[in-house]
Write a new protein. Structure first.
Ligand code: ING
Length: 314
């Protein structure tokens, strides 16, 4: 019996700095209902979906920084989304900024995503590992990228979760550019890897990079990750001109073959769907990327023992 699930990527247009959580959640619920109408039973929302992409600014007050974070999930603003999901029998992925309060009054700040099952229960959590940009504001940069200032490196690894008759994993934005992300999930048998992203069209780290490469690298990263790990990859963008910065769209659903099964065509709130056959990647796992048969970990130790480049001696 083929295991098939219709999945949706719910791309978001801009979220204004002063847009309320309640208004954003109304947008998310509208897209969830549209996805459900099209048969979707899993909906992927973007990274930091509840707020504007605030790491573009060097915020002065801790109070303002914390205003972009959630201290509990679900909470008053997001509870309606969980309720509609349960009513419709739709699972979803949601990215948000998380404050974790621990013993002794310390608070940890993470760029987080959760996977909620079709009964409205949180089935998994992930905290972003690859934080791009820098911790100190760059005076000559027109747009900042201060994720290292506002978030700690995720402390949950890249976990995979058995839920919705599948094995599912998550990552967030910059994580999608790193092959290690997909491979760690692939080694756990992940069949669906979902992620959200907020990606400025102009590379904040390279003023000279041609603009067309932004979308090329976006799709290349996810198509490669999907094929090399025989998994469906779903990427949901926060797109459009958000507080004066253009973010790329390109939300997509990628098959385990690496083919694009669905692609957004706007830079606003847009639902795209595809029917995902969870056994579509089986032949790839059993042949070309049969990890047990072909991987040679005795030759890979640099990958986990060395962080940066160490070239051979002169
Ligand atoms: N954003 C971007 C990303 O990795 C970036 C950072 C932008 C990297 C453009 C390279 C080019 O997609 C986040 N939030 O990680």
């Amino acid at each position: 019996m083929p295991r098939k699930i219709v999945v949706a990527a719910a791309q978001m247009g801009p979220v204004a700095r002063d847009e309320s959580r309640w208004h954003v959640v109304d947008r998310l619920i509208s897209m969830m209902r549209e996805a459900h109408r099209r048969g979707a039973r899993l909906v992927v929302f973007p990274e930091l979906a509840l707020t504007t992409f605030f790491p573009r600014w060097a915020l002065q007050s801790e109070e303002e920084v914390d205003s972009f974070f959630e201290t509990e999930m679900p909470n008053n603003a997001t509870a309606p989304l969980f309720e509609v999901a349960k009513e419709l029998g739709v699972g979803f992925h949601l990215g948000y900024a998380e404050i974790e309060a621990v013993a002794g009054g310390k608070r940890h700040h993470y760029n987080t995503a959760i996977l909620v099952d079709q009964k409205g229960k949180i089935a998994g959590k992930y905290r972003k590992v690859h934080l791009p940009g820098y911790a100190e504001p760059q005076p000559h940069h027109p747009v900042q990228h201060l994720e290292k200032r506002y978030f700690e490196v995720g402390n949950l690894g890249f976990p995979a979760f058995r839920t919705m008759d599948s094995i599912m994993g998550m990552c967030i934005c910059n994580d999608r550019r790193w092959p290690e992300t997909y491979r760690v999930l692939g080694l756990q048998g992940a069949e669906i890897i979902m992620l959200g992203y907020n990606t400025p069209s102009a590379n904040p780290s390279s003023a000279s990079e041609p603009l067309h490469l932004g979308m090329f690298h976006n799709l290349l990263s996810m198509q490669a990750g999907a094929y090399q790990n025989a998994a469906w990859v779903i990427g949901a963008a926060k797109a459009g001109i958000e507080e004066g910065v253009h973010h790329m769209g390109g939300s997509c659903i990628i098959a385990p073959t690496g083919e694009i099964a669905a692609l957004a065509t706007t830079e606003g709130d847009e639902v795209i769907t595809a029917e995902c056959d969870l056994d579509k990647g089986t032949y790839i796992r059993e042949t070309i990327f049969n990890f047990a048969a072909h991987r040679r970990i005795e030759h890979y130790k640099l990958i986990t023992e060395q962080t940066g480049v160490v070239p051979p001696p002169e």
